[in-house]
Design a protein around this ligand. Sequence first.
Ligand code: B16
Ligand code: MG
Length: 218
Amino acid sequence: MSMRNYTAAIFDLDGVIADTARFHYLSWKSIAADEGFDIPKVVDDRVKGVDRMTSLNIVLEYAARAYSTAEKEALAARKNERYIELITSLTSDDVLPGARELLEQLQQAGIGRALASASRNAVAVLEALQLMDLFDYIADANYITYPKPHPEIFLTAAQGLKVAPVNCVGFEDAEAGVTSIKSAGMFAVGVGSATLLREADLIVPDLVQFDPASCFRL
Ligand code: B16
Ligand code: MG
């Protein structure tokens, strides 16, 4: 594997920087309960990295009836209210192991740092985690047309940093996210399961195990 001197790092949020997946799952579960059905644990993985409406459609596969567009919008809004309530409990202690240290090391080395999250609540999460100062650019999910695995969000992040995609390293915990990074023409670091993320150029169980010197000049 060729190790290059990449000049920017682009991070997914949920599963890489913070474990917000449990809050997404709890919110969806409570919405399903209101509607009189239950969702299996696999939904937790199925909605990872997937935008809100697509996630809702996955959840509704387990419902007993069909829902109209207006009903779906109301359910998505209610899920979001619950999610926002849950993320208020986040503090700087909830940053996943190695993430803050890596961001700080990259900042000191002058490596650009951006966020490429499908979440429209990304800024609120970063604020709660007290990580806002460590990012140069946050791609706004509100203005993204094509969700992951499409490369748009990673390309938008690179553009925001003013760095060519070929000089960027992307970090992802989801299969669709790794595909997004590869389609953007970037070096992909998969964070998590080696079987799920085999498309990645490098796979680490968590960011503590990632050696920044393998990609960046520090
Ligand atoms: P929101 P990521 C994703 O975050 C989550 O993994 C996914 O479960 C969620 O549905 C999506 O954000 C949208 O979140 O409802 O807050 O806009 O992994 O791309 O950081
Ligand atoms: Mg993720």
